[in-house]
Design a protein around this ligand. Sequence first.
Ligand SMILES: [Zn+2]
Ligand SMILES: [Zn+2]
Length: 319
Amino acid sequence: MLPIVLPACRSGQAPPVLQPRSGPRPTPHGGSTVRVQIGVNGAARVVALDLEEYVRRTVGAEIVVSTADAAWAERIYEAQAMVARTYALANLGRHADEGFDLCSTTHCQVLPHTPRPTRWDDVIAAAVDATQGLVLTYDGRPIRALFHAHCGGHTSDADVIWPGTPLPYLRGVRDPFCLRERPAHWTFHIAAATLARALDGSPGTRVDGRLDGFQVVERDEAGRVLMVALTGARNDVMRGEELRSAIMRAEGPASLQSPRYTVRRDGDTFVFEGEGFGHGAGLCQTGMVGRIKAGHTPSDVLTYYFQGARLVSLDRLTS
Ligand SMILES: [Zn+2]
Ligand SMILES: [Zn+2]
């Protein structure tokens, strides 16, 4: 059976900046406007969207509720809306050098280039309205509301996956709900030569054309790969997420789908077997769905994954 929920793939999300920001409060352009780049390359354009409109558009792209879960759809979208709003505010100006705030890919949050009507539009609109202005905060500022599709049973400390200042609300938590919701096992086969080519495609992961061995040398408590030793034309120890990003860039989002994997060599092929989808920090979307279906409120769900964070109305933050 198909997964009950098909969150948009967060696996390719770029490393976040984990240093707490001490800059201005959330709305640097005045009002709650988000400048978003829609489209890529020659077709790219920047549009200024009201924050709530931005949230409405991204929520439907970042999580798709299955018809079977219609009874919980509004609460699921309420939770995602609060995460989306918080993420947008915490990341305003992320692309300031390029003349906009957020892009519309998994690097920031996905926004459809051409919105098309879906069966959930009214539900999403109601969920965004019901949570209007609500954001997750820590120390009076919007948090880095990272999220991913499926943690495989345990999230990880964000600063372990990407080195940086530890953020108290981005600590690993146990999560049996996603596993109950749907399985998260995957296998990825790749020829050694293809893998070498993929790694040579990124400057930080070069193997100079030949890869003989790929060995995990360090994991975090949740089992996510932190460091990998490579042998071949050159021998090197590299950070797991850097390698995973390089492989995903070359082989697509269905390749190394999470940092929680084992790897073995089978002849000329490397075989990766893993659990979960996405980086594993912050909110687990599948676990969030499972919790809401079990009767947890959106607020309880969010403060479970972002421990110590508080939901606050934006009015109170900016006043
Ligand atoms: Zn971006
Ligand atoms: Zn989970």
